[in-house]
Design a binder for this molecule. Structure first.
Ligand SMILES: [Zn+2]
Length: 406
C-alpha cells in the first residue's frame, strides 16, 4: 500500500510480539492464533528467499524510533517499545486515514537526521538477513526523509539541510554497510508519490545519478485514484526512466481498479506491478499480462490489513496467480505497521492458501529472474537459489549429458 494525502507514501509495518496481538485469521478452519505465536513458533519456508516489495520507512525497528527520538530530544506519545508498537501497529483492516496516522507518528523522528537514515538502512539489511532473505529490493521516497530541497517539507519539519539527494546517498551507505556485515545483497528503488507529481522528475534524476551505487529502479506509490492523465509529471518521469534504462515498477490494482494496472503497463511501461490484485477483474488484461510474464509483487498480510483484499485468505488473488503459474513474489510491504515478518507471509500462504515447498521455490526463482539486477548478477542469484534448493544436480546432470552428446 502506499500512502497519500499530505504525507504521501505507503503504509504498513513489522515485529511481532505485541501484548495484545489479537490478529485472527478470518475464514480459517484452524484455531485462531496470534501473530506473535506464529512468528515465534514457525518458519514457513526455511530456505533462501528474495524480497522485492518492502518500504524502508515501513520497516523500521520501534527501538530505533525511540532511540533517535531520545537523542534528538523529540517527545513521542509513548516511551516504551510496547507503548510505541501500540501506536504504530495496525491489527485489523484499517482505513487509509488510520494508515497515514501510523507514519505520521514516527516519520518526523527519522526524517532530516543523517545518522538515523543511515542506521535504518543498515538495520533493515540485518533484519532481512535474519529472515533468510539473500536479495532484497527496498523502496522509499527520498523526499519524505528530507528537510530541504523538497516542497512542501514533510512531517511538519522545520527547514534543515538534508536534501533528497543526500538522503539517497545515506541510504546507499547504510545498505552497503549492511551488505558487508550480513553477507546478503540489497538494492533500492526510489518512489514517486502519486499526490506529488512535482517530485517525480527529481526522483528519476536521482535514479540516474545513483544507478551505479545501488539504486535499481523507480516506483510510483500513493493514492491510485490520482491517475497519470491528470498528473503528467509521473508519465514524463517514467518516459525518462525508460529512455535511460532505469527499471520501472508501479503500485497498481491494489485498491485501485484494473484500469490503473493497464495504465501502469501501457503508459508508464511498468516491468513489474506492485500488488496488482484487481488485474483479475479484467480477464483480457490478466491474460495479456500472463502471456507477457508480468511480475506481480504480492503482499499477503499487507493486503488484508489495508483492506485491499477480502480478509479470508482462502480467497486471496494470489491463489489464482499460483493456479495460473503466474510470475509473482511474496513480500512484507510495511512490516512495522503490520507487526509482521516475511515468515508470517509465508506461513499464511502455507497454512491458509495451500502453498507447498515446491511453489515457494518456484516463486522465489521467478522473483530472482524478475529482480532489477543486471543480467549477470541476476544469473548468479538464480543459480544460488537452484543450489540452495537442491536443484543444481539436475542442471549439472543435464549439462554433462549435453557435453557427452556433443
Ligand atoms: Zn507498497
Amino acid at each position: 500500500m502506499a500512502m497519500l494525502g499530505l504525507t504521501g507514501r505507503s503504509l504498513k509495518s513489522r515485529h511481532s510480539f505485541c501484548a495484545i496481538s489479537s490478529f485472527t485469521f478470518i475464514g480459517s478452519h484452524r484455531r485462531a492464533f496470534t501473530m506473535a505465536e506464529h512468528v515465534t513458533e514457525q518458519i514457513g519456508f526455511n530456505k533462501p528467499k528474495i524480497e522485492l516489495h518492502v518500504h524502508l520507512d515501513g520497516a523500521l525497528r520501534v527501538e530505533t524510533i525511540l532511540d533517535v527520538a531520545k537523542r534528538r530530544g523529540i517527545t513521542l506519545p509513548a516511551r516504551t517499545v510496547e507503548g510505541m508498537k501500540q501506536i504504530c501497529v495496525i491489527h485489523q483492516p484499517a482505513t487509509l486515514t488510520e494508515f497515514l496516522g501510523k507514519f505520521a507518528a514516527y516519520m518526523h523522528v527519522i526524517a532530516g537526521d543523517r545518522e538515523a537514515i543511515k542506521r535504518i538502512a543498515r538495520e533493515f539489511v540485518e533484519d532481512k538477513a535474519k529472515e533468510g532473505v539473500i536479495y532484497v529490493e527496498v523502496r522509499y521516497s527520498p523526499h519524505l526523509l528530507a528537510n530541504t530541497d523538497v516542497e512542501p517539507i514533510p512531517w511538519n519539519q522545520k527547514e534543515g539541510d538534508l536534501s533528497p539527494d543526500e538522503v539517497v546517498h545515506l541510504v546507499n551507505q547504510g545498505l552497503a554497510e549492511g551488505e558487508a556485515a550480513y553477507k546478503i545483497k540489497a538494492r533500492s528503488i526510489l518512489c514517486c508519490m502519486r499526490h506529488m507529481p512535482s517530485w517525480s522528475m527529481d526522483v528519476v534524476e536521482l535514479c540516474k545519478k545513483y544507478k551505479k551505487s545501488g539504486v535499481v529502479a523507480i516506483d510510483l506509490a500513493g493514492d491510485e485514484s490520482l491517475n497519470c492523465e491528470a498528473f503528467p509529471g509521473h508519465r514524463m518521469a517514467y518516459e525518462e526512466a525508460a529512455r535511460c534504462g532505469i527499471h520501472r515498477t508501479v503500485h497498481a490494482g491494489e485498491v485501485g481498479p484494473a484500469s490503473v494496472v493497464k495504465e501502469a503497463v501501457e503508459v508508464l511501461k511498468a516491468e513489474r506491478i506492485g500488488h496488482g490484485y484487481n488485474t483479475l477483474k479484467d480477464q483480457v488484461l490478466y491474460k495479456q499480462l500472463l502471456e507477457q510474464n508480468m511480475h506481480f509483487e504480492v503482499c499477503p498480510i499487507s493486503s488484508k490489513l489495508t483492506g485491499a483484499c477480502h480478509p479470508d485468505f482462502t480467497e486471496h488473488p494470489v491463489i489464482t496467480f499460483r493456479k495460473d503459474k503466474a510470475n509473482y513474489s511474496l513480500n512484507t510491504d510495511d512490516p512495522l505497521i503490520f507487526n509482521s515478518t516475511l515468515h508470517l507471509d509465508y506461513i499464511t500462504a502455507k497454512d491458509y492458501m495451500g502453498f507447498t515447498e515446491e511453489e515457494f521455490k518456484r516463486l522465489n526463482i521467478n522473483s530472482a529472474n524478475s529482480s532489477f539486477l543486471p543480467e549477470r548478477e541476476k544469473k548468479d542469484l538464480v543459480n544460488k537459489l537452484y543450489e540452495a534448493y537442491g536443484m543444481v544436480e539436475n542442471t549439472v546432470f543435464l549439462n554433462e549429458a549435453l557435453i557427452k552428446s556433443a
